[in-house]
Design a protein around this ligand. Structure first.
Ligand SMILES: C[C@@H]1N[C@@H](c2cn(-c3ccccc3)nn2)[C@H](O)[C@@H]1O
Length: 445
């Protein structure tokens, strides 16, 4: 029995309009976490903190006014928006999510509602505007990351415990509305808002405001997508409302983790987007990546395929240096992923969950009638086992260059697909031709 909600999910089921289809078909994105935190890079007063670099203000307990003095050093002389866009294009990402303002409150655009923006730094220019143009010129969609929690703003409240809190926080919500309207007005080609910093009690007690923000942005930018993390319902329930319905246009809870391909198949019922870091927990630039495990390009690739195989998007994070260049590890990663996407991207872009049981050799993705096998773990048996759903037959299997690989039916709805004669030397793709609702006598009675 459902309860009535004023600020619960506005829609049941996936959005089916063109803008959402483009969001979904993009599948692979990049995150850019860039802010004042890139200057200290995880070190404060000679001490290196192994927590997230963009949270250094918090770890080192730096007062806001002291932290914001970093603005005097903000002058990324190597910043070149066109070079960033070329790097993204080469990586094969179809969209880039940019931190317009992270928890620290520093704005990459010249907001007229704050004095903590690029306009008040030696750099002066509108970094966000340069990036939006450069990415869009490369045919790459731009999404805005926006942190509601703002450590620079005196009216922010973690909770509402008094009338004074309520008055201050209402001023803060109006300030936030103004910044969001400013972003939507200045950069009308933006395709998505990804809200963060929305876990505090103060927001959970103002679910009405989160519903209002989604509606306000959708009125201003028809088609724009909004992540579930913005939303709190009448009772402070986040992402999914008190009736269990997803709020926003896609679930945005998979941060540095992924749903299990066997146990969590429920996620295939809605749209979702995961985001991931390359070190264990660094979003912003950290000078010392030896403090945690750093994922190899193949480990990043597997996470990208894992997400798409379960009907989700994957956003891979980059934390540019204070000087506006990228660290070598991130340049190498973008290059390696781009090379694979160049060859095998058809199993990613526009693809979705295939609905077949996962096998140990890797993942399935599907686009219309085409089912792709993305092989990460070749078996010593040299046979890739497939179990098809009832009534589905595998007719043919081939590498993307057209070279066929043998398919042998081994039992009811079971097949062995041969590994290619020539070792592909890395994760590769086999494209299957299938027949669904195929009748025929059951010869395994
Ligand atoms: C997308 C990522 N989300 C931000 C975040 C939020 N949190 C967090 C951690 C503990 C409790 C509540 C929130 N940790 N990191 C990170 O700073 C980054 O922006």
């Amino acid at each position: 029995q459902e309860i009535s909600l004023k600020y619960g999910a506005d829609r049941l089921g996936k959005r089916t309009d063109d803008a959402m289809r483009k969001f979904r078909d993009n599948r692979l994105g990049a995150f850019i976490h860039w802010g004042l935190y890139a200057i200290p890079g995880g070190e404060w007063n000679g001490k290196v903190y192994n927590g997230a670099a963009e949270w250094l203000k918090s770890w080192a307990k730096v007062p806001a006014d002291e932290w914001l003095k970093l603005m005097d050093q903000w002058n990324p002389e190597k910043f070149n928006a066109k070079a960033w866009a070329k790097m993204a294009k080469k990586m094969g990402v179809k969209y880039v999510k940019i931190t317009t303002k992270h928890h620290e409150g520093f704005c990459l655009w010249p907001s007229k509602y704050s004095k903590y923006t690029v306009a008040q730094t030696p750099y002066k220019k509108d970094i966000l505007g340069e990036l939006v143009k450069a990415y869009n010129d490369e045919g790459i969609d731009v999404h805005f990351y926006f942190s509601v929690m703002d450590w620079s703003h005196p009216d922010y409240r973690y909770d509402i415990k008094s009338e004074e809190d309520a008055v201050a926080f209402n001023r803060f919500l109006e300030f936030t509305d103004n910044q969001l309207k400013e972003l939507a007005t200045r950069y009308p080609t933006v395709k998505d808002f990804w809200f963060d910093g929305t876990w505090d009690a103060s927001i959970k007690k103002n679910g009405w405001w989160t519903a209002h923000v989604e509606q306000m942005l959708k009125d201003m930018l028809p088609g724009v997508t909004i992540n579930s993390r913005l939303r709190a319902d009448d009772y402070g329930k986040r992402h999914f409302d008190s009736n269990g319905h997803l709020m926003g246009d896609y679930e945005s809870g998979y941060e540095r983790r992924l749903p299990d391909p066997v146990k969590d198949l429920k996620v295939t019922r809605w749209d979702w987007e995961a985001c991931m870091t390359v070190p264990e927990n660094q979003w912003g630039y950290h000078k010392d990546w030896s403090l945690s495990y750093v994922k190899t390009p193949l480990e990043v690739l597997e996470r990208i395929v894992h997400a798409v195989a379960m009907g989700g998007n994957m956003v891979v994070n980059f934390g540019p240096q204070a000087d506006g260049d990228f660290r070598p590890e991130e340049k190498e990663l973008a290059d390696a992923i781009g090379k694979w996407m160049q060859k095998y991207g058809e199993c990613i872009y526009g693809c979705d969950y295939a609905g077949w049981d996962k096998q140990s050799w890797g993942y399935y993705t599907r686009k219309g009638k085409d089912v792709y096998m993305v092989v990460f773990n070749p078996p010593y048996s040299k046979h890739l086992v497939i179990k098809t759903p009832k009534g589905t037959k595998v007719v043919k299997a081939a590498l993307l260059d057209g070279k066929e690989v043998a398919v042998k039916e081994t039992a009811r709805n079971e097949y062995n697909v041969d590994m290619p004669a020539k070792d592909p030397e890395g994760p590769f793709v086999i494209k299957l031709q299938i027949e669904e609702n195929a009748g025929g006598a059951d010869k395994y009675r």
